[in-house]
Design a protein around this ligand. Structure first.
Ligand SMILES: *Cc1c(COP(=O)(O)O)cnc(C)c1O
Length: 472
């Protein structure tokens, strides 16, 4: 084992990892990356099939992004956003607010405009910003004395205490329940396991949603219904959603129309809509932002992961003029938003985010993304024949393959069987790196992935499922 591997095992505690297992294994030590390929310190090459946990967009060591950072590096890396402005974050803010309004958006219903940007360091902190602002804005402008939040079962919005409070993944969140504020949860539109539509499919790849009457929207409506005379004092201030696809819940796509209907309910109740685009933003789902596919413009847009193209930890919360104005006042009124992080508006992060947005807007970049998405869709169809493949879910360049004991009954593997983990370990041996969410194996290639590389990702996934479950 290399020196770095030894030191890692001696000193580092890895996220979301049972360290008892970790210290028994030989870690892969990544030391280089180029495009969709990662290289370890033993000279082995791997495909980065989950875009380094959903962060990378254009590939590693991209010449344009490298140049943006190098150029900024010669000038300044960081100066405080407290009391000082800087060039890269000013330029980026204009680009972000413009990008949040595609030309067609002028004709959308309930169109609000995202006008202001608040920077932080990661998806969780960007969510904290949205939650605090929505809470206080609801008190100040909507007369709600004790604002609450509604979010979706299985929702994941980060690991800080506020973000966990609006998250609903029992496995991650249960042990901290004593620390959290209460939030309401509504059912997830998880069509594959919908309690309202249990029709057994004839074929593995045939899903029948025709009987759907949008039962999943009833809980959203009732979450906003408040009992008795205190309807104005105890009301949800906002609903938090991951637009088009819930990520950490296991890549659960929403049926077409779900998001726009939810937005209508939320707005009809005078509440804010907070779109957590941390995973779905920056072209992942086809459009620059996922909400826009449903002609929905949220009151808050939460951005992180892909913001810097996967280069640096930086995040942004976009919000409306209405929210901004609720914090204006004479100094002595103390309406100031008392919140901020040391690396607010970091110059290196802003410079690379700006360059990444530039790449995303190139027609060639869009075309390549579209082709890659089509090819991934075509290839994944080939997996339906595997008896352990229960469901295949894809939105843009995000795919989740749900492994089951038996496709007909949709019976899940118990989590302790580590079905997903074992498949991903096998894939790593074959040169493809990704991570599972429980029994769901993810493929989320960087946009620069070639057709040959995406073919390898799917082929290795197929071989690994077959080998792990001992088929021939
Ligand atoms: C990853 C993620 C977060 C948290 O982002 P971090 O940068 O890891 O704190 C929040 N929301 C969604 C939808 C995510 O996928």
């Amino acid at each position: 084992m290399s020196h770095a591997a030894n030191l890692d095992k001696k000193y580092i505690w890895h996220p979301f990892t049972q360290m008892k297992d970790w210290i028994k294994q030989k870690p892969i030590v990544i030391c280089e990356g180029k495009g969709a390929v990662l290289k370890d310190d033993q000279g082995n090459k791997y495909l980065d099939a989950n875009s380094s946990i959903w962060t990378n967009l254009h590939g590693h060591a991209h010449p344009v992004l490298n140049k943006a950072i190098q150029g900024q590096l010669t000038r300044i890396s960081h100066s405080s956003g407290l009391g000082l402005a800087n060039e890269p974050s000013s330029f980026l803010s204009q680009k972000l607010t413009r990008a949040a309004h595609p030309a067609s958006s002028a004709r959308w219903n309930n169109m609000v405009r995202l006008k202001k940007v608040f920077y932080s360091d990661n998806g969780s902190t960007a969510m904290e910003v949205a939650l605090k602002l929505a809470y206080e804005a609801a008190r100040r402008t909507r007369g709600i004395r004790h604002p609450g939040f509604v979010s979706v079962k299985g929702g994941y919005h980060g690991d800080t205490v506020g973000a966990v409070s609006v998250g609903h993944i029992d496995l991650f969140h249960k042990s901290f329940s004593g620390l959290l504020f209460k939030s309401k949860s509504v059912m997830s539109p998880y069509c594959y396991r919908c309690p309202h539509n249990r029709a057994t499919p004839e074929r593995q790849d045939a899903r029948d949603y025709r009987k759907c009457k949008w039962e999943c929207l009833d809980p959203v409506e009732s979450a906003f219904r408040t009992r008795g005379g205190n309807s104005r004092t105890r009301k949800p201030a906002a609903m938090v959603v991951e637009p088009l696809m819930q990520g950490a819940a296991g890549m659960i796509p929403q049926p077409k129309g779900w998001l726009s209907r939810v937005a209508e309910i939320v707005r009809g109740q005078g509440a804010f809509l907070i779109a957590d685009e941390v995973m779905t933003g920056f072209g992942r789902t086809g459009t620059l932002f996922a909400s826009h596919q449903e002609k929905v413009q949220p009151d808050f847009m939460v951005l992180a992961k892909g913001l810097t193209g996967g280069y640096l930890p930086m995040a942004a919360t976009l919000m409306t003029q209405e929210v901004f104005d609720a914090f204006l006042g004479d100094y002595g009124e103390f309406k100031t938003f008392f919140h901020g992080h040391s690396y607010f508006g970091n110059q290196l992060g802003s410079a690379v985010a700006d360059a990444s947005l530039g790449l995303l807007s190139l027609p060639d970049n869009r075309r390549k993304r579209k082709n890659l998405e089509k090819e991934l869709r075509r290839l994944l169809k080939g997996l339906w024949v595997l008896p352990q493949v229960g469901d295949i879910r894809q939105v843009g360049l995000i795919a989740g393959i749900e492994l089951v004991k038996d496709w007909k009954s949709r019976l899940s593997f118990p989590l302790k069987d580590q079905a997903g983990i074992r498949v991903c370990q096998k894939m790593a041996e074959k040169g493809v790196l990704t991570r599972p969410i429980g029994n769901v194996v993810l493929l989320m290639p960087p946009y620069c992935t070639t057709i040959a590389q995406v073919r390898k990702m799917v082929r290795v996934l197929e071989e690994s499922v077959t080998e792990v479950f001992n088929q021939t």
